[in-house]
Design a binder for this molecule. Structure first.
Ligand SMILES: C[S@@+](CC[C@H](N)C(=O)[O-])C[C@H]1O[C@@H](n2cnc3c(N)ncnc32)[C@H](O)[C@@H]1O
Length: 317
């Protein structure tokens, strides 16, 4: 084989790659055929109860199976229980089968269903935005507890889906809330959420941190910035593999943007204004030192539900 390729490089450069492409496509398509057969054809007469049983086994999760089946049928999860004997049609089975395939390949549930609940409201999400996390709800709760003026001017930096800014605007209708992001596709998702939630008063700004807002003053600057160190092996695991790198990773051991934001915030907070930042659980001490070195007071680092340092806040005198 080696001799042949050496003697006639054309064989090596044309037939071998063609064969490789043929076999690799076969292997890529095969699991799809197999799963389509098992979920759609052989189970063509399956009712919802049987579909759920099979899918729960495949996914090793009853909850995920219910969420995906309900999504494929465009119904709520409780509907599945009330219609356990219903037999989905071919198109519905195919849609469910496709969702299962994608989930088995690791794609996050929220991207498959296109939504995630945050602070009691559904937010549209897609691959252009981070999937809102429960720990970020704590950041929002903390902001709502701050002693701020009735018509507080607030900016959310790195808004992504808009979950922080839009939740604050919904919970405190008198606040003047703006939201910034460097990613235009992320801002498009925030805009969809803004419209769906009827919160058109929230201003969306395309900006690198506070760069486009230098003529403005704020009572609160809040942010859940990217804080995973570039090159961190976790970026290649689980849901993170599917989320935008711009939303997750950052140079300077994950601290570069936080450092810049603290420095910029100093110039744009009113006297007595607050800065509230979510960060990695190993970044509590360095972030608190940065707050201190920049002149912030009342600095506190607080833990998330798992008891890990997750957010730091401070007041500018
Ligand atoms: C961790 S995600 C947070 C998204 C959302 N706020 C949340 O909590 O789910 C960080 C966001 O910051 C944005 N971002 C990254 N670098 C930025 C920069 N230099 N200026 C503004 N936004 C940036 C990303 O596009 C992403 O939407």
């Amino acid at each position: 084989m080696v001799e042949q390729r050496t003697e006639n490089p054309r064989v090596g450069s044309s037939i071998l790659p063609l064969a490789t492409i043929f076999f690799s496509s076969l292997f890529r398509v095969f699991p799809l055929i197999r799963s389509t057969v098992s979920v759609v054809n052989t189970e063509f007469d399956a009712d919802l109860q049987q579909c759920l049983r099979q899918a729960s086994h495949k996914l090793d999760s009853r909850l995920e199976a219910e969420i995906l089946l309900a999504h494929a049928l465009d119904k709520g999860r409780s509907w599945l229980y009330a219609h356990a004997m219903t037999r989905p049609d071919t198109a519905q089975m195919q849609a469910f089968s496709n969702l299962l395939e994608r989930r088995l390949a690791g794609e996050p549930i929220a991207y498959l269903t296109g939504k995630r609940e945050f602070f009691g409201r559904d937010f549209i999400v897609n691959k252009d935005v981070l999937i809102p996390r429960p720990e970020t709800e704590h950041l929002v709760e903390r902001a709502l507890e701050l002693p701020l003026p009735a018509r507080a001017r607030v900016i959310d930096i790195g808004t992504g889906s808009g979950c922080i800014a839009l939740t604050l605007a919904a919970e405190r209708p008198a606040w003047q809330v703006a939201a910034a992001d460097l990613s235009p596709p992320a801002l498009a998702v925030a805009d969809q959420n803004r419209r769906r939630l009827g919160l058109e008063q929230v201003e969306l700004v395309h900006s690198d941190l506070l760069a486009e807002l230098q003529d403005r003053e704020f009572d609160l600057i809040i942010s859940n910035p990217p804080y995973v160190a570039t090159g961190d092996p976790h970026l290649d695991q689980g849901d993170l593999r599917f989320e935008p790198a711009l939303a997750l990773a950052c140079d300077g051991n994950g601290l570069k943007l936080i450092m810049q934001l603290i420095e910029q915030a100093r110039r744009q907070l009113v006297a007595g204004g607050w800065l509230l930042i979510e960060h990695g659980h190993e970044q509590g001490e360095p972030v608190a030192s940065l707050f201190e070195g920049t002149g912030f007071q009342q600095i506190k680092t607080e833990t998330d539900l798992a008891g890990l340092p997750r957010l730091t806040l401070g007041q500018f005198p």
